[in-house]
Design a protein around this ligand. Structure first.
Ligand code: URA
Length: 202
């Protein structure tokens, strides 16, 4: 698919989400003058990162991972010499849930088809999931045998799966926010160590 086809199709997704009045998060977006967060990065990215849902900073700017978790993600990318422009970063849910609560099933189900389309357009070789929700979502979508396993067992592993466009490797990672919440240097170390598995695709 050409660059302009990809750009057109991704723009179409953006337009649909901007006008997604049936979303339970739509009124909250409008009331707060928030933006939906569609995704950012290369339309030809080899590696796609998928988080959960935008937080406040993201909803205020329309850019994924631009707050405290984003700083951790930037450090992780830098640790393997990857630039944001070279990867694609998005979330399952494209609007901010109130008070950063976890996304609920109905929200995930509503926004998931947009993510499916983004994956089909970008056709990444590697999908790095950030956190439990996106890991469960992606492994289930790809019907991987590991789909019922816990993130504590799968983090940092390379899982081969079959997408409609070909083979894809899934790398489950803990959410970057875990390095903040627990204020845990150990958790940060685990994230950096797990991230190294992506080096081979850089
Ligand atoms: N957390 C996420 O899961 N996604 C973002 O874009 C920001 C924080």
């Amino acid at each position: 698919m050409s660059e302009s086809d990809r750009t057109d199709k991704l723009r179409q997704i953006k337009d649909e989400i901007v006008n997604l009045t049936q979303s339970p998060l739509y009124d909250y977006r409008v009331k707060n003058s928030y933006y939906p967060v569609i995704g950012q990065g290369s339309h030809f990215a080899k590696i796609m990162f998928i988080g959960e849902a935008p937080g406040e900073n993201e909803a205020k700017t329309g850019r994924p991972f631009c707050g405290a978790s984003g700083k951790v993600l930037d450090d992780l990318l830098e640790s393997i010499n990857l630039k944001r422009e070279e990867v694609y970063i998005t979330n399952i849910v494209k609007d901010r849930p109130p008070e950063n609560r976890d996304p609920v099933k109905t929200e995930i189900n509503l926004y998931a088809p947009f993510l499916d389309r983004q994956i089909e357009i970008i056709q990444p070789q590697v999908i790095a999931t950030l956190g439990r929700f996106s890991m469960e979502f992606i492994l289930t979508r790809l019907d991987a045998p590991e789909k019922k396993m816990k993130i504590t067992a799968l983090h940092g592993k390379l899982i081969k799966a079959q997408a409609a466009y070909g083979e894809v490797q899934v790398v489950p990672l803990f959410h970057p926010a875990t390095a903040l919440h627990n204020r845990s240097p150990e958790q940060r170390e685990i994230l950096f160590k797990d991230f190294e598995v992506l080096k081979q695709f850089v």
